[in-house]
Design a protein around this ligand. Sequence first.
Ligand SMILES: *Cc1c(COP(=O)(O)O)cnc(C)c1O
Length: 367
Amino acid sequence: MPFVDLRAQYASIRSEVMAAIESVMERQQFITGHEVEALEREMAAYVGAEAAVGCASGSDALLLALMALGIGPGDEVITTPFTFISTASAIARVGARAVFADIDCATFNIDPDAVAAAITPRTRAIIVVHLFGLAADLAPIMAMASARSIAVIEDAAQAIGARYRGRQVGAIGELGCFSFFPSKNLGGIGDGGMVTAKAATAPRLRVLREHGSSRKYSYESIGLNSRLDEIQAAVLRVKLRYLDQWTNQRRRKAKRYRELLARGGIEDSAQPPIEPPGRDHVYNQFTIRCSRRDELRDFLAGRGIPTQIYYPSPLHLQPAFGGLGYREGQFPNAERASREVLALPIYPELNDANQAAVVDAIAQFYG
Ligand SMILES: *Cc1c(COP(=O)(O)O)cnc(C)c1O
């Protein structure tokens, strides 16, 4: 059984995807154009944002968001240490300082109280990550940010379609950042990303992704080369039409994992992720918290069951952020999560027999 099976999904939409690719080949326009513009409109409508701007990756979406806010040297940006590297490397890349705030143990998401404690007069933004597909607790964070004119950027790379109190993530903060990396819930056939924003911010994002230029060979600022390809946009437009269906399938698989873990009587040793009221999880990952994690992982691997560890080390302990001066013990919840998390296979086409085999093997290990 694979950890993620992209072939099953492709098989189900093959003719539509191939037709979309062929139409781009016929037009021979590859870098931004009709497909990208259409996807931007469709994504903005889907998420409920005023505007959306395509770019080369989710990592660049974060970078463009910070650049659009004019964040740079002397500024601080608060974020979680329990996330993918890009969330924090984007902050360093614009010359600002990443200030970490610990996570909430139950949800793996940034803890609003820890954010409050990390705010200083230099804080310009907070990057909130909706980790594994569950919305972070945005309301208290939005309230403290708006009282101090601090921008909230949502890293929604793993959470397209997730909701917080009825609203979709990516349209709640000042800017939303999405990734179309192939294993994300809306995955392209290569790298791609998108920033959702207020209508007034979109022109700035478009200039920044295009070398800082709005008119050919006239440069208003220092930008990037970070466009979305037509071929990616064409495929993503096909897949966006199926996204809700796939999300519902992921949610059903998650429900079934919970039932199987409960039936096996092993929820204490292998705790399923929680879904607080008003926060619809989209399960880019189904991450359990478990004891003897590394042993369990080896045991499952021996039975042909693939798992992944997101993330084996929190960012404050990574050599790349050594210059920030953090030490072990400063973010105990993130450190503990790094020792206890294990992601089980989850994708819309995951079949019942495989799911049962995963949980049977976990039960054997703890039995
Ligand atoms: C995948 C991911 C990114 C980066 O997206 P890319 O498209 O791979 O650059 C950023 N943040 C989080 C939380 C992610 O999971």
